[in-house]
Design a protein around this ligand. Sequence first.
Ligand SMILES: [Zn+2]
Length: 171
Amino acid sequence: MASDEKFLRMKKYRSRLENAEGYGEVWEIVKATVKSSLNERRVGMMLFLDDLPLRLGAYHSLGTNNIVLNRALVNIVEAASKSKRLINSFVYVLLLHEYLHALGRPREAQVRPLVYKISRESFGSNHITTQLAELGPWSILKGIPLDTMDVPKRVIEIVKDFEKADKKYII
Ligand SMILES: [Zn+2]
């Protein structure tokens, strides 16, 4: 790919991520960037929100279409930062990680370097997303005493229209 084209693609992904509203739109960027970098795609995934231990960001159970995202952790990031770009980057990195598992890579040693590679190719090496991919999403929560925090335990919820946002970008 020509470098102009690469630059334009990065610009487009950066602006989409900065402006994304809600999980469905971040998810579309996850799928689009994986398609660009790996030419792989999986549809029909579902997203659930649950309050999990704060050292866990999200998980995907093998053999299901489900990703469960740690709502309590996302809420802490939202409280600590008013930057939509940062919050969306945080969610992007967690969802991208689980998507790569769902695409048939069970091992952390396969997934982690790919999260970094895809982030760098999509947003550039100095973007916050790429930094989170490199240092781990928890790097933005340094100084917050996660181990002593009380996590509210609410009921698990499904994110409605998670994959429906698809259509917005096709038109
Ligand atoms: Zn993992």
